[in-house]
Structure formats: structure tokens, C-alpha cells
Design a protein around this ligand. Sequence first.
Ligand code: DAH
Length: 360
Amino acid sequence: MRDHMLTAIDAAAGLEALDAVRIEALGKQGRVTQLLKTLGGMTAEERQEQGPRINGLREAVATAIASRKAVLETVALDMRLASETIDLTLPADAPLAGTIHPVSQVMDELAEIFADLGFAVATGPEIEDDWYNFTALNIPETHPARAMHDTFYFPDEVDPGTGAVTKRTVLRTHTSPVQIRAMQAAGGNTPIRIIAPGRTYRSDSDATHTPMFHQVEGLVIDKGITLGHLKWTLETFLKAYFERDDIVLRLRPSYFPFTEPSAEIDVGYSVVKGKRVIGGADGWMEVLGSGMVHRTVLEAGGYDPDVWQGFAFGCGIDRLAMLKYGMDDLRAFFDGDVRWLKHYGFSSLDVPTLSGGVGA
Ligand code: DAH
């Protein structure tokens, strides 16, 4: 019986056939199950002899089924992968209906607005060194801000000899590490004006948080930079971005490890048909974090803080998009639902320009 069953298992040509063999052997009425039932009616001696034999059979059959199942599943997957390929190089027979995602659109709008103010676009890696993401930004190992970031860590790289950690990497929790990279690239002796838009990651998920989201960072380094420059720049940016002149800013004292002093930027909103709209002064909405670059951060970037000053700011791009274009659930941004993309997406011909309107 054992050989017969094992042969049948090996011969099963597909998952359905294998399941039929399984039911025949191990199902409620299965042959092995029936055998197991006979143990109850045996004398203790008989059971001592037959028990291990029948249980051994059950185990051998179950193991053989499991390994055959793994093989058949791999074959089935390979077949599916081979049959479901799409040749992306084929010309489409219908006109392409794709739209520009609002996040891409807003990134283009940011680049356009800030280019006009003399800012270049800088980038940095999304898999970031712990030093750039935290330490160089004045967030040492023991700093509570590390816990606040819900960081995705990679396994530490360890020296096999000493056991010491040689490299610690994270999915960057903010775009701020690009500040350090931009300073290093500039060599410590030239002014900087950059924005750094890009993907960021935190282990968080609800209507206003997704594990991957987008931020834009801004950094200005020069001699004689003050909070006044920061306020003017952000006011000019927000007026251009929201395309209205009645943008009112409130700088609220706050704390970020990488800036001193730090300010949260609240923007005035008005209520139109029950919805909050940026502009006016019915209430305040927190939009950006900002401040004067901390001495420690300037030093980490290779700048002498007694000679150079700077301001920095950061905010969520997805949130900027929601505030301007009226979506209220962030998760829908990343669902890839064509109906949502049709509704909120932009035509590829709507390139934002300051002269034509960045709102497209
Ligand atoms: N990195 C901060 C965050 O993710 C945002 C931020 C705040 C960036 C203040 C800055 C800044 O450059 O000055 O919450």
C-alpha cells in the first residue's frame, strides 16, 4: 500500500490530481485514516506493534504530498509567468490614456517655482546611511527623534572579526539627509540653493500616512542669511504654488534637531463650502517645518558655522497636492486606480510654467 501510494503521489501530474490522491489517503474516508482508526480496537500489544507502522505510513505519505505539492506549485507558477508576459514594445492600438500623477505634477511645479528663485534640484539615495539620515543632522544614537521616525532599518553590516557594526542603513525617513550631501558636494566654500524632492519612508499607515510618501527639502547656505530670507522665500513659494496673493504665514516656534531656531510654518486658510482652502485667515494650518541650519549640521556638511549661515525647510509633497487639488485620502495616491488617476491626473501637455500658471 505504501509503495502504491508513494508512486501515485509522484505520478500526480497537477495540483488537482495530487489533491485527489491526498483525499484518497488522508481524507476522512481515506485509506490511511481508516487504518489509523483500527488502532482503537486493538489490544495494547497489537497497538504497540501497529501504531508506529501506521503512523509512519501517515507521515511518509504526508511528507511526500507536501514535497510533490511544492514542485507542482513551482511548475504552475513558471507556466503562469511564461503565459502572462506582455510585450511592452508592441505599439498600442488605442491612444494611450495615461495621466501625470499629481505627485509628479507637484514636483514639476516645485522645480519650476524654485528654479525661478535660483534653486537647483538635488537628489540623494533612498537607501540611506544612518549617519546622513540621523547623526549628521544632529540626531545622535540616543536622540528621541530616532524613535519618532518609525524607521525601516536594514540589517547591520558587521565586521566578522570584531563583531563591530561597520555599516547601518535605513530607508530614509525624510529628505533632510540631502542637505548634508549637497553641502559635501559643494565643498564647504560656495553658496547653496537647492530643493530636494523625493520618496521617503516610515512605518506608518492611515488616511494621512502611507509607508512611502514624498517630501521636499529646501536648503540655502550663504553668508549673512537670516530668518527674514526664510520667511520671504516661503511666502513667495506658497503664493506661486497656491496661485493666490492672500497667503498669510505664521512662524510658530518649534523644535527640530537640525535647525536652531526652528519654526513651524502655519498658513492661513478660509472655509469654502465646508472645505478648508489655503488663503485667507479663518484659521491656521501647519504646512512646513523650517529653521536656521544648526551649527552642528553646517559642520557635518563641511561648512564653517562662524562664516556661513543657512536656512532649511521641509514638507510633505503629497500633502501639498491634497491641499491644492482637494483629495482627502492619501492612500488612494498609491492604489493605482485608473478612475482616480483619470480624475486627479494631469495631461502630459500641461507642463507647469510660471507664465502659463503652475496649476496647469
Ligand atoms: N525633516 C523634517 C521631517 O521630516 C522636516 C523638516 C523640518 C525639514 C525642518 C527641514 C527643517 O529642513 O528645517 O519632519
